[in-house]
Design a protein around this ligand. Structure first.
Ligand code: ZN
Length: 216
């Protein structure tokens, strides 16, 4: 399925485009689409005033783009919590289901769902859940790809995209797992996972979609 406008807004939000400039390249990697498709969609989003685009610097959400993205992310993640908490789904099987449900969600439904679930602030992938006014706790903005060899920390969140989630769970890496970065080269970032004692090589492209909290 080709990602639509809403998928782009969500991705820009998750990559940190609510407070910082992000690049076309980051969106290309996040959505697995061509650079041409990204340019085309960014032009549309600029026309609709959801984002600003400063050539050679990057893309950032406008206030209305941020509000729109926050609501999309809210709907998606509330359903994810519901699927795990109320329907007993395993965490690695909720993303696609939530993807279908979010498009049929009215603000009223989201509010009732949030209330029933006890107003959760994070989804099972560690992502923030904005409230009905679009406010949310700060999300980690340190990408694993930017962590230096020798630094320690834990996994805080992953970008809510099927390819990213499948990749990470496939490796046996989970939210809250502790690690030390033990090696880095052009292609990979290698983690020593504290919980299992294993070394996990992670593709750079994926490492830029895993966000961490560093131990100082
Ligand atoms: Zn999620």
């Amino acid at each position: 399925m080709t990602p639509n406008k809403e998928d782009y807004l969500k991705m820009i939000f998750e990559l940190g485009g609510d407070t910082a400039l992000i690049s076309n390249k980051q969106i290309v990697a996040g959505l697995d689409v061509s650079a041409a498709s990204v340019s085309e969609m960014v032009t549309k989003l600029v026309e609709q005033r959801y984002v600003t685009h400063t050539p050679y610097q990057g893309i950032k959400l406008t206030a209305s783009g941020q509000q729109k993205a926050a609501m999309l992310v809210r709907n998606h993640r509330l359903w994810e919590v519901f699927l795990v908490q109320s329907l007993g789904y395993p965490v690695d099987a909720i993303h696609q289901e939530a993807e279908k449900l979010e498009h049929a969600t009215t603000p009223e439904m989201a509010d009732r769902l949030a209330k029933m679930l006890g107003k959760p602030q994070y989804c099972p992938h560690g992502g923030v859940i904005p409230d009905s006014d679009g406010h949310y706790l700060d999300q980690s903005r340190v990408a694993l790809a930017d962590v230096e060899v020798g630094q320690k920390g834990h996994i805080e969140r992953v970008v809510d995209e099927a390819a990213v989630i499948d990749y990470i769970f496939g490796l046996g890496l989970h939210i809250e797992d502790h690690f030390t970065v033990v090696d880095k080269d052009q292609q990979t970032v290698t983690l020593h996972q504290t919980e299992t004692g294993k070394d996990l090589p992670i593709e750079r492209k994926r490492a830029s979609h895993i966000f961490v909290e560093l131990k100082d």
